[in-house]
Design a binder for this molecule. Sequence first.
Ligand SMILES: [Zn+2]
Length: 197
Amino acid sequence: MEHLQLFLMVDERLYICRSLSRNTFKLQLKPAIGVGSAFEGWSPRKDDAVYRLLIPLKPPRGHVFHLELGTAEEMSARNCSVHVELECTCLRERLVGDMLCFLHHPEEELRKNQGPSLLGTLCTGPYLDMEKTTRWFQILVKTAWVYLPCSRHCRLTVLPSRHSCKLRLTNASQSTLLMEIIFGVEQDDSNTFLNIE
Ligand SMILES: [Zn+2]
C-alpha cells in the first residue's frame, strides 16, 4: 500500500479521535504534524521505516497549561513538563452555558452534573501524566479505528509503549507501516512545539 494513502487514512482517523474527545474534559487534539521517518530498533524487521507524527495537545475548557522547561541541558532537547491549572469559567457558564465552573461550584454539584476535570483523569498531582495520556490515547485510537471503512481491509495493532503511541498497520497483502505518535505542546503560539516529559 502506498505510504501516502496510509498517511491520509491516519489523518482521517485522528480527525475522528479529535471529534470523540471534544465533549469531555480530556485533552484537545490538534491536527497531527509529520516529523519525519526513521529506521528504529523497535520494529521486529530491522529495515522497516517508522513514521513519526506529533500531535499538539491543548487544554480542555476550564483548564490552562503552564509549560515548565527543564534544565539548560534538557532544554536543548525541547522538553517540558505541563503544569495544569483550573481557570474560572463563570462568565462562560452564563454566556455559553456548556459547563459549570470547576472553581466556583461545590464538589458535590460538579460530581453530579459534569465529568471530572483533567486533573482528576490524566494528571498526577498538578502535572499532565504522559503514561496516563498515552493509555487514554491508545484506547481512543482503537475506538476510532472501527468507524473507518479501511478498518475492514487493514489491521491496526497498538504496540506496547508507555510514553508514545506506537501503531502497526497491516493490509491484506501483509505489508506493514509502523507509526509513532508523540505528543507536544506549542510554546506561546510560536509554532515551536515542545515534547512533553
Ligand atoms: Zn468561576
